[in-house]
Design a protein. Structure first.
Length: 1228
């Protein structure tokens, strides 16, 4: 009777959310029945649960619930009322916060009491689970069990004619068992509840059961695993109460949905089968479209105890929910920024509140170069900077027959596939198409390699990477033409057989409802392919594993869970790890929506019954019976967010696993794990490759997202140490092994206007922004959608941590960061909201999403709240549709809170590009908008405003309107320089008139310019063929490319333009995303830092942009002596005082440790340059006061003591830059 009372309690709570007083009545009745029936109940070693203990099942405390979660659901006031003031929660409140429970476990030692078993909170590691013995639990009575009862957390314990279809239960359990439960009142076991889940009725009492299965296969055999058998399992009722209409519309189309829903046409069996997962009346525990509820399905017991899991390395919690994100999931404000990790007690973080440069002044002009070497001007001695390495690796593979041969695939359009022939010591870029996804090397021939692509057909080489050809997905007749291909795998025992998968929809996964994934098979090592089947619920497939004894048996790790096919990919089992749906059901109320994904998968080479699956949120699942049962296997793991895993071919009990938090190794086939991370500078890793003959040689590649399967798995922040790593001692020690793998297509460079050496770089189609604090000695990486096809970086002069970027990737058209690039949020929706009535009246804003192309952006130097933005009429890619046509100008006067369009006077219907915006240094009302031919159809020169964008007017008298760049003299803002297709032009009267100033530059387009901010007589310019300098305000120019490997003789001009230039005319019709075919490619690839001491340029290695050998490498020139910059840092609220530093270094990351009386900071600069630094420390910070500053100061730079003196500027010392250095100033 107690069982009935408790099950009724669960039913009332979960089904109807009864008030707490009603629950207490039920508990009281339960206790009464318990007393009456205690004589018949078996004795146990533990006292039966009391009423108080039962009541405690629903007591809310910090031990039972995540209080932060309750805050989010009920609000802080209600939470305080319940937790701190002791108010009992209502039934409705309990229902709402069900997902906030920490770990409520069934009481199995007292068989008369049952309590809810729920999943661990999202983000926590689930505890180890106990596999279920299916035979034992089939007829097991809950009242006599002494083992944990496996009950799905989403189901209720009551089974009546009102809650379930009795005929359906008869079919599943048999009539005798049904009578025992329904008529006699025996509580069903957990296994029985799972089996009859599909028999539940909807809230309205309608039957939602699928048709009866005709046959059941015997349990326990992997050869008899259930697969999709084409018989419909969906309800015959299709309406808004029984199905998710949006889900149906997505699958069947609007017309068909209208016929069924509005027209009353019965759905066909085929349609019902397609939309079975769109049902909303009951939660399917199999997440499939076939016989997933058969008795032989793999079962899983939810975990029985909570395991303590440490936070993910590098991840910090954010307060980003619901309305804080746009429809694509991108944050829309700084409230979603990463939360800084709190310092240790006694440590106070410094905040940069100001940086001051010397005032600009004109230097002594000169007409020609003043320094030569071998008849070449060497005023600028260029050197290549350190490699930019984002480390966006997706796959690494080692040849089984020749382990010296390796391939690596990257998530980039411009550096797709690399090859190594010396076991990873060096790498060559061998093919470029798009974003690689899967990679496979023939197990018998290292010359045969295949890789898949998210934006292009599957590629095959048969000659070791020297030539490649598309083999599937390349023809418009292919059903997956231009669709994302993901995983690919060879059969190890039948090496001519290969399988791959392609998403049928228009996305790369990560959406609901899931998109089908089509399966392709090749029987000739990838030369030809046939479509063999479709996994309707797989969505994006990350890993394919082919059975070692039967190549028709496939396992896939996917967004639709872990699935299997036994007929060569024709039909699929549905997810075989039920706990994944239980998690989704408990969290979202829907077992199919947002189900935790399976990313990594492998089968033991010697013991194929052992299978390991790595999930996106809930750790490792392990099976020892070929997938019939599963249990958690997370002993030793410090994170539940996992990526890829592999068994060692030479020692199969050794397994390597990648995760958010580094590499783990198992030496017992996945039963336990040990972290192996020494030497890994960055621990967010994905691909792993193990040497086929030595289990101790292993490679791992870093990444910042798992895009092909789980787009939301992005490791935001500012990361250091990304790349490809190698270990030769089983993962105990790691070192970089990625020489030759670099960001191949530098597209944009930005320099901070007030911080020295502070350089930003974006790759043409990369996955984030590169940032160097030391002028290119070292690089950090900021993962962000903002830099996929980046355009412009703009910086706030007053608040140095605020950055704006523009681009044209959806939702990333205009983005901002308030924490120096660690976090980014979109502002594109504010441009949409600010569009003018005239723009809409002219039909320039067409239907669809905010697919804008934004380019120019500038922050007024004199007003941090003033931001100008300009757009592009894009004609680059005819297969892409932009929803904003013409060119438009916006202005924000409130620091980006609003962006009204302010284009009055500018011809917004013109098909042009607002490439650059320049704002007056002391008057934010004066600005210039420069157009360009790049990425569009025409250019119309420069427009100016003198009233803060209230109106614009052209200023093109004497100017070639085909402009490429615009620079302003900071001392005299009426002086401007314009780079154009016919040379350089200068104005000295605020653009009222222009004159040509190109003496010394051959007749050719000038692509880009940079002006020295401290001596504006000095400018630099690039044509397609060479780099030039002037030291007299553009009166005279001379070549300054010493040490830059120019691609051809300076006398030979760009071939595409040569004929036109010879005829003294230019090509005004060439449009699109074309690059200049010389050493230098495009605008925004020549920049100068805030001090004028660092110049950076992107240099091409091949004239053609279409060959693999072409890369754009960064070169820099350093001018000495360096310039002093005055910094001011606030030190918490300590007496309101600031710490002042004057230095020739870039100073950042300052803190004061009151425990050790130390000031620490980073001093950065180009290697080999000399720095002089003075630090004025407020005496009030130090326990010894002024005396400590006078007598007892020690300065350490990278641990080495430096001589220091106390001057009127503070503690002063010198050191030579080696890139970034740690400085410690302490009292002895």
């Amino acid at each position: 009777m107690v069982n009935k009372g408790i099950l009724m309690l669960e039913y009332l709570l979960n089904r109807y959310g009864l008030p707490f007083t009603a629950i207490i009545v039920v508990i009281t009745l339960t206790l009464a029945f318990s007393t009456c029936g205690s004589a018949q109940e078996p004795a146990t070693s533990q006292e039966p649960a009391t009423g108080k203990e039962s009541l405690n099942q629903y007591t809310l405390t910090e031990k039972t619930h995540d209080i932060g979660c309750i805050d989010d659901v009920l609000g802080m006031a209600t939470t305080d009322d319940i937790i701190h003031r002791g108010r009992p929660p209502t039934g409705e409140e309990l229902d709402k916060i069900q997902r906030c429970k920490l770990s409520v476990v069934r009481n199995t030692s007292a068989p008369t009491v049952q309590s809810l078993t729920i999943q661990t909170p999202i983000g926590s590691q689930p505890p180890t689970a106990t596999p279920i013995n299916k035979t034992a639990t089939k007829t097991e009575d809950a009242s006599s069990s002494t083992k944990p009862i496996a009950v799905s957390p989403s189901v209720n314990g009551t089974v009546t004619e009102k809650t379930h279809d009795i005929g359906c239960i008869d079919d599943v359990l048999g009539m005798d068992t049904t009578d025992d439960i329904v008529q006699e009142g025996r509580p069903p076991t957990g296994a029985e509840l799972d089996k009859i889940q599909r028999c539940k009725l909807s809230m309205g009492g309608e039957n939602n059961k699928p048709p009866k299965h005709e046959t059941d296969k015997p349990a326990g055999s992997s050869q008899n695993r259930n697969v999709n058998q084409s018989s419909s399992t969906a309800t015959s009722n299709v309406d808004e109460e029984s199905h998710d209409i949006d889900c149906i519309r997505y699958i069947l189309g609007t017309a068909t949905v209208n016929e069924i829903i509005d027209g009353g046409r019965p759905a066909t069996d085929q349609e019902l089968n397609q939309i079975t997962h769109c049902e909303i009346s009951g939660i399917k525990s199999g997440y499939d479209q076939g016989d997933s509820e058969k008795e032989n399905k793999p079962e899983y017991s939810p975990p029985s105890e909570q395991k303590n899991i440490l936070p993910d390395w590098g991840f910090q919690p954010t307060n980003c929910e619901g309305d804080d994100k746009d429809d694509s999931g991108m944050p829309i404000g700084p409230q979603c920024n990463l939360v800084p990790i709190p310092p240790e007690p006694g440590v106070i973080l410094g905040q940069l509140i100001g940086a001051k440069l010397p005032s600009p002044k004109y230097g002594v002009p000169s007409q020609a170069c003043q320094s030569f070497q071998e008849e070449s001007c060497n005023e600028l001695q260029w050197e290549e900077v350190s490699d930019l390495m984002a480390g966006e690796f997706v796959q690494i593979r080692i040849s089984r027959t020749n382990p010296n041969i390796m391939y690596a695939g990257t998530d980039s359009n411009d550096m797709t596939t690399y090859r190594s022939t010396d076991s990873g010591a060096t790498w060559d870029l061998v093919h470029v198409t798009g974003h690689a996804a899967g990679l496979a090397i023939s197990p018998i021939d290292p010359n045969i390699v295949l890789y898949t692509n998210l934006e292009a057909p599957v590629q095959l080489t048969s000659d070791g990477g020297n030539s490649w050809s598309p083999v599937v997905g390349s023809s418009p007749s292919d059903m997956n033409f231009n669709k994302p291909f993901t995983a690919i795998s060879f059969s190890l025992t039948q090496p001519n057989i290969v399988y791959t998968a392609a998403l049928r929809g228009s996305t790369r996964g990560g959406i609901w409802p899931p998109e089908p994934s089509d399966i392709y098979k090749s029987t000739d090592s990838g030369s030809t392919w046939v479509h063999v089947g479709t996994c309707e619920t797989c969505s994006s497939i990350q890993t394919i594993v082919i059975d070692g004894t039967d190549s028709n048996v496939l396992w896939v790790a996917s967004e639709g869970g872990l699935q299997q096919s036994e007929d060569g990919g024709q039909t699929w089992s549905g997810n075989v790890i039920p706990y994944l749906q239980e998690v989704a059901a408990q969290t979202w109320g829907n077992a199919m929506a947002n189900m935790p994904k399976v990313i990594g998968l492998d089968i033991h080479p010697a013991k194929p019954d052992i299978i390991l699956a790595a999930t996106s949120e809930y750790g490792i699942f392990r099976s020892t019976d070929a997938g019939n049962t599963w249990s958690h296997s997370n002993s030793g793991l410090e994170t539940s967010k996992l990526h890829q895993l592999h068994f060692s071919p030479s020692n199969p009990d050794v397994v390597y696993l990648s995760s958010h938090n580094g590499i783990y190794r198992s030496d017992d086939a996945g039963q336990s794990w040990t972290a192996r991370n020494d030497g890994l500078e960055f621990k967010f890793l994905s691909p792993i490759a193990i040497h086929p003959e030595d289990e101790n040689i292993v490679f791992a590649g870093t990444t910042s997202e798992i895009y092909t399967i789980h787009p939301e798995h992005k490791n935001n922040g500012m990361h250091d140490g990304q790349g490809l790593y190698k270990s030769v001692d089983g993962g105990i020690h790691w070192s970089r092994s990625d020489t030759g793998i670099v960001e191949a297509k530098t597209a944009q460079i930005g320099a901070h206007p007030i911080l020295p050496f502070n350089t930003w770089v974006g790759g043409e189609s990369g996955r984030g922004n590169f940032y160097s604090p030391d002028g290119g000695d070292s690089w950090l990486f900021s993962p962000s959608i903002t830099s996929h096809y980046p355009m412009v970086y703009a910086f706030n002069y007053e608040f140095p941590t605020i950055i704006y970027t523009t681009g044209w990737l959806r939702t990333g058209e205009l983005t901002a960061s308030t924490d120096e690039g660690a976090s980014w949020y979109t502002l594109t929706h504010k441009l949409e909201n600010g569009l003018s009535a005239r723009t809409r009246e002219l039909g320039l804003r067409t239907e669809g999403g905010t697919d804008f192309h934004i380019h120019g952006v500038a922050v007024a130097p004199s007003d941090p709240n003033t931001v100008y933005v300009g757009s592009v009429h894009d004609t680059v890619y005819p297969n892409l549709t932009f929803n904003l046509h013409g060119a438009h100008i916006w202005k924000s006067s409130d620091g980006g809170q609003t962006f009204p369009e302010m284009s009055e006077g500018f011809p917004i219907e013109t098909k042009t590009s607002i490439n650059s915006i320049v704002v007056h240094p002391t008057n934010s009302e004066v600005a210039y908008a420069m157009t360009t031919l790049h990425e569009t159809e025409t250019a119309i020169g420069i427009y100016k405003t003198t009233n803060g964008a209230q109106s614009w007017f052209p200023v093109n008298e004497g100017l070639d309107p085909y402009t490429n760049d615009l620079q302003m003299d900071p001392i005299n803002p009426d002086i401007l320089y314009a780079a154009t297709e016919s040379g350089i032009y200068k104005t000295t009267n605020g653009a009222q008139s222009w004159s040509k100033y190109s003496t010394g530059i051959p007749k050719a387009p000038v692509i880009d310019m940079a002006i020295d901010p401290l001596n504006p007589l000095v400018l630099y310019a690039i044509t397609a063929e060479d780099l030039y300098s002037t030291r007299d305000g553009a009166e005279h120019w001379y070549p300054s490319s010493f040490n830059i490997p120019l691609l051809q003789d300076l006398s030979k001009t760009l071939s595409a333009q040569e004929r036109l230039l010879n005829e003294l005319r230019l090509d005004r019709t060439k449009t699109g995303h074309s690059m200049y075919g010389g050493t230098f490619a495009q605008d925004r690839t020549l920049e100068i830092d805030a001090t004028g001491r660092l110049i950076v340029v992107a240099v091409k290695t091949n004239r053609s942009d279409t060959v693999e050998e072409n890369e754009r490498k960064l070169y820099r020139a350093i001018l000495t002596p360096l310039v002093d910059v005055e910094y001011q840092f606030s030190i918490g609220d300590h007496s309101g005082q600031a710490l002042d530093i004057t230095s020739k270094s870039n100073i950042y990351d300052l803190l004061f440790d009151s425990n050790t009386q130390e000031v620490k900071f980073t001093a950065a600069g180009p290697s080999g340059t000399e720095s002089l630094t003075s630090v004025r420390i407020p005496s009030s910070l130090l326990s010894g006061g002024e005396y400590a500053l006078e007598c007892c100061v020690k300065v350490l730079v990278d641990g080495i003591e430096k001589p220091a003196v106390n001057t009127d500027k503070g503690i002063t010392f010198q050191h030579v830059h080696i890139g970034r250095s740690e400085v410690i100033i302490k009292t002895q």
